[in-house]
Ligand binder design. Structure first.
Ligand code: FHN
Length: 596
């Protein structure tokens, strides 16, 4: 029976806690025979996760109390990093426990909000970098039991998740700014009086806390979302050992790739090598393209600019952007882990709740195009696509009513219908390699419009090269172009980060019917940016000034001018920057329209 030493004087617990945690860990090891449980194969463990596609991230802890301010002054950066960005010493930071009292916390309400949003799992910070534990941990006195609130915050959430059929995972930080043994002392609080660090002992402390979390008190924990692995004190060997340790504790759990040292920055995927982790973790970004089947990944994002609550961060992404992100991520075969940062009182901020409600309304109608789908079968389509056997889902982010042409579907199509408007069937025709259907002039629903295309037999896609269409038009989407130069890169489905006049983009295409063409371009430019652009085909060129369209995602059509293509054959369209103010533009597509 481990007795927890409550009420220790509030002097540094470093030495005592380290010894305490070693004693507890040793006791736990002694009392729990080492179980070499057979790890279930990853495909078996991750099947539910691939189906789920959408989860809630929750960053919650002492940092919600200051909420981005310290001593009355704003502290920059993400809210949960206030101890670091504010250079706050432990002696001062730990006093937040006296004010941490989430008396409005209602775990059932939180789970309902996630479930109604269409989220299938929740990942909550059990311990973030500040070292504070959201449950009553027998091996630590730096936890919720020593706050004004005192009660375990994770247990009610685990119970509510089980009741509502939502999977629960824990975000658990490897990096620890407070624990005396962690191998890197916070530079702003070096604590030389605490003696040397002791990483082996810290790893045992981590394991003791993970036994508490994965040992059964919180149900069948669906995943451990490690973070902070970048610290020099954490090694590849520790990562391998920790991955195996988690699966020994719970053979069906998932462990992300931040348990080990393979992650390549915010792009989130492992570099080549023998690195552990069941899935990659892009952060605040969406990969430009998907990955081969079997490579699992999840983009985690904030709804504003912070993970932990900040009272003055009102930079909320629109519901439109959040739904587009969900659609974009699913079209590339990934999961979307969308964050909420609850307040110190225990409330999910109202702007987050409102956006999640809107997402839920959209998913109620379009869930079949997200859950359990796999990535687009197209490499160059201007649309986003998801698929499942017998179904293709065309996701239209920028609604354009009227005629839609889809090239390259060889499978026999049996039905084309909107997913909104009650599943309204659309009139369609399938030629040798082109599906044509008509969309209503007015968008049938708010946000992303999805067209469901049913087909018979196996899926057979043969995408054509870039050729002039029968009506003479040449359609050049960014994802079929080539970026030349470091800063111009296909981000999402447009060329972005265009900051150097040495950078340019180009397309190669075939022309059968030469002549004069009107150039149409779809661009987005934030205020204060833009510049002089040159469109050229052969020795013909057209100059154009790119000006603000309102924001980097506010795409608008512009018509730089007309250009003569004198002869048929293979052509190259080049778009160069002659002068750039800040960043030039985001370029989604260029079309050459035969001049009437
Ligand atoms: O440092 C953390 C940060 O606080 C937050 O938890 C994000 C979300 O995954 N991860 C790290 C920053 O990359």
């Amino acid at each position: 029976m481990l007795v927890k030493l409550h009420g220790l004087a509030s002097f540094r617990l470093g030495i005592i806690e380290s010894m305490f945690s070693v004693l507890c860990a040793a006791a736990a090891m002694a009392s729990t025979p080492t179980i070499q449980a057979k790890h279930l194969p990853k495909d078996e463990r991750i099947a539910w996760w691939r189906e789920a596609r959408f989860g809630m991230f929750i960053h919650w802890g002492l940092y919600a109390v200051p909420a981005g301010e310290w001593n009355g002054k704003p502290v920059g950066g993400i809210g949960e990093w206030i101890m670091n960005r504010g250079q706050i010493k432990y002696d001062d930071y730990e006093k937040l426990r006296q004010d941490f009292n989430p008396y409005k916390y209602d775990a059932d309400e939180w789970v309902r909000i996630a479930k109604d949003a269409g989220m299938k799992y929740i990942v909550i910070t059990s311990k973030h970098h500040d070292g504070f534990a959201l449950w009553d941990s027998p091996v630590s006195d730096y936890d919720v039991a020593t706050t004004k609130y005192r009660k375990d915050l994770l247990k009610p959430l685990a119970d509510a998740c089980r009741e509502h059929g939502i999977k629960l995972g824990f975000y658990h930080s490897i990096l620890d700014w407070r624990h005396n043994d962690f191998g890197t002392r916070p530079p702003w609080d070096p604590r030389p009086e605490q003696g040397p660090t002791n990483m082996p002992r810290y790893v045992e402390f981590m394991k003791a806390q993970l036994r508490e979390l994965l040992g059964g008190d919180y149900g069948d924990v669906a995943m451990v979302w490690f973070d902070g692995e970048w610290d020099q004190a954490w090694t590849h060997e520790m990562g391998i050992d920790m991955y195996d340790f988690c699966l020994d504790l719970n053979p069906s759990t998932l462990v992300n790739n931040r348990v080990d040292k393979g992650r390549q920055g915010m792009a989130g995927m492992n570099r080549d090598g023998d690195y552990r982790g069941d899935y990659g973790t892009p952060e605040q970004e969406i990969p430009a393209k998907g990955f081969p089947a079997g490579v699992d990944w999840e983009s985690c994002m904030t709804m504003n600019d912070t993970w932990g609550f900040k009272k003055n961060d009102h930079n909320w992404k629109s519901a439109d952007t959040l739904i587009e992100n969900l659609s974009d991520i699913a079209s590339k075969g990934g999961n979307f882990l969308l964050n909420v940062g609850p307040t110190a009182e225990g409330l999910i901020p109202a702007p987050s709740v409102a956006r999640l409600k809107t997402m839920g309304d959209w998913i109620d109608v379009h869930g079949a195009a997200i859950y359990g789908t796999t990535a687009t079968p197209f490499e160059f389509s201007p649309f986003k696509w998801t698929k499942r056997p017998g179904k293709l889902y065309l996701h239209m982010h920028d609604y354009q009513g009227g005629r839609v042409e889809v090239k390259g579907i060889k499978s026999r199509i049996s039905r084309v219908n909107l997913m909104s408007a009650g599943g309204r069937p659309l009139s369609w025709d399938q030629g040798s390699d082109t599906l044509v259907f008509e969309l209503p002039e007015e968008a049938p629903n708010d946000y992303v419009t999805v067209v469901s295309i049913s087909y018979k037999g196996d899926l057979n896609i043969e995408e054509p090269g870039l050729v002039q269409a029968a009506d003479g038009e040449v359609d050049l989407p960014a994802i079929r172009g080539t970026a030349h130069g470091g800063s111009v890169k296909p981000e999402h489905d447009w060329f972005g980060f265009w900051t150097g006049t040495q950078d340019y983009v180009s397309w190669e295409f075939d022309v059968k019917a030469p002549g004069e063409f009107v150039i149409e371009a779809k661009i987005a430019v934030a205020p204060g940016n833009g510049g002089l652009v040159e469109f050229s085909v052969g020795d013909q060129s057209v100059a154009f000034t790119a000006r603000s369209t309102g924001d980097w995602r506010e795409f608008k059509k512009v018509f730089p001018g007309t250009i003569l293509v004198e002869r048929s054959g293979k052509k190259t369209l080049t778009v160069r920057a002659k002068k750039i103010d800040g960043a030039l533009m985001n370029l989604r597509r260029v079309r050459l329209l035969p001049k009437a």
